[in-house]
Write a protein that binds this ligand. Structure first.
Ligand SMILES: [Zn+2]
Length: 196
């Protein structure tokens, strides 16, 4: 895999994280992003503390390019940005800390859970969005309903697998490198197999 391809995957992953966390709106003007294919051209990633070397996710938000430029001269938005950074740090840190502690305590079981989540996600998508479409079968799945179903199935079968883990697994499969795509319709996300 070339460096570029890796960077793209990482960028998509980061975008999805920020969209999940903050929604499809500009952090500064609170207006929704255009839902067109080229939406990313007008969207930029702002460093909340204005330090371009601080690339923690907690230090990033999505906003319009125009709003990013306005922020440079608008103290209210700079204050808003620092408050958001503080909130992000509080929200993310305990989770990350506990995940890291858990990994230290039992690294292998965490890997097993990831394997279960990935396998269950693949099986589910293969079953309900088969490569060769079945006539009369719906060719899309609701993203959130799918995550809920997978979580419930997984909890019943294995007593592990959080909804977040399944959402991450689904998002990864809908990234540019994945076999599926995520489409927003009437405020909900649908999963389609690419090419169908
Ligand atoms: Zn804006």
């Amino acid at each position: 895999m070339s460096k570029n391809r890796k960077d793209t995957a990482k960028t998509v992953e980061e975008l999805e994280f920020l969209l999940d966390r903050d929604g499809w709106i500009c952090f500064y003007c609170k207006m929704p992003f255009e839902k067109s294919i080229v939406w990313h051209r007008s969207v930029s990633r702002d460093h909340l503390n204005d330090n371009p070397n601080d690339n923690r996710l907690e230090n990033k938000v999505l906003c319009h390019q125009d709003c990013n430029i306005i922020k440079e001269h608008f103290i209210d938005w700079k204050i808003l940005a620092l408050e958001k950074l503080r909130m992000n740090e509080m929200a993310i840190s305990p989770e990350v800390t506990s995940a890291m502690n858990k990994a230290k305590v039992d690294k292998s079981s965490q890997i097993d859970i990831n394997q279960i989540v990935n396998k269950e996600t693949d099986l589910f998508l293969q079953k309900f969005l088969p490569e060769i479409p079945i006539e009369g079968m719906q060719n899309w799945l609701d993203f959130n309903d799918t995550a809920d179903s997978l979580t419930e199935l997984s909890q019943n079968k294995f007593s592990v697998g959080s909804q977040d883990a399944y959402k991450r697994a689904l998002s990864a499969r809908c990234s540019s490198a994945g076999k599926f795509r995520k489409v927003e319709i009437d405020g909900r996300f649908r999963i389609y197999r690419k090419g169908n």
